[in-house]
Design a binder for this molecule. Sequence first.
Ligand code: GLN
Length: 284
Amino acid sequence: MSPRELLRQATARLAAAGVESPRVDAELLLAHALGVSRARLITADDVADPARFLALVDQRADRVPLQHLTGTAAFRHVELAVGPGVFVPRPETEQIAGWVLEQVAGVEVPVVVDLGTGSGAIALSVAHEHPGARVTAVERDPDAIVWTRANAATRAAAGDTPVTVTAGDMTDPGLLTELEGAVDVVVSNPPYVPEGAGLPREVAEHDPPLALWGGPNGLDVVRGLLRTAARLLRPGGLLAIEHADLQGDSLPALVRAHGPWADVVDHPDLAGRPRYTTARLGRG
Ligand code: GLN
């Protein structure tokens, strides 16, 4: 069958299943099944045996995340291996990593800690884009950290400055005691989904619960994270925390109420939704 006809049928199937971007997903799955780039699909020959592609379309129609089917997620300038057990990095998180990079641009050897790193997206992007950075990536979920370690090994083999991967809980008062008072930036995309919030099936059924849920108002883990960040950062060190679009007031308010934070600022994502809060350690 021609790629064109296969794509037409798959797009209709995915649209009927409620998939948000059916045409793009169909193209990426066909490219993956054929082992070619998406751009090469227009010149691809007829597909003699579309079984592999059709099986992928079935799974996507059953709302398995696209990235689990292709096995990768693009984040800024790196490709991360993802699959069952690890949170799929999102495009809306790319900017918080960009903010961190802007802050450390003039610093030769900045010390950066990524709390709740999952696939390693933020930590590995910082190391990729600032080769001088000394980055530590922390993950508590034993299933997720397998992916963190694999991605860190891939990036280091590709020539990036190695990132230190540490098993631990971002709320643990004993975490990274060796870095106390020595960190330039603490960054985190913590679990912040409020209990009971509705999530798409891709997220609810495939992202790890530990990476999502943050208690009644979604801020339970953040409280512990703020204590850890205050302990790790040097005076004047910076904090950046991602949050839900409905936490654009509550998260900055929590930071302000919580301790010695100055310059508390909230930032929107590319879609204009409130997405992350930054602050500086030290009374302002
Ligand atoms: N942004 C994620 C979602 O789409 C939630 C991520 C998180 O809790 N850190 O569900």
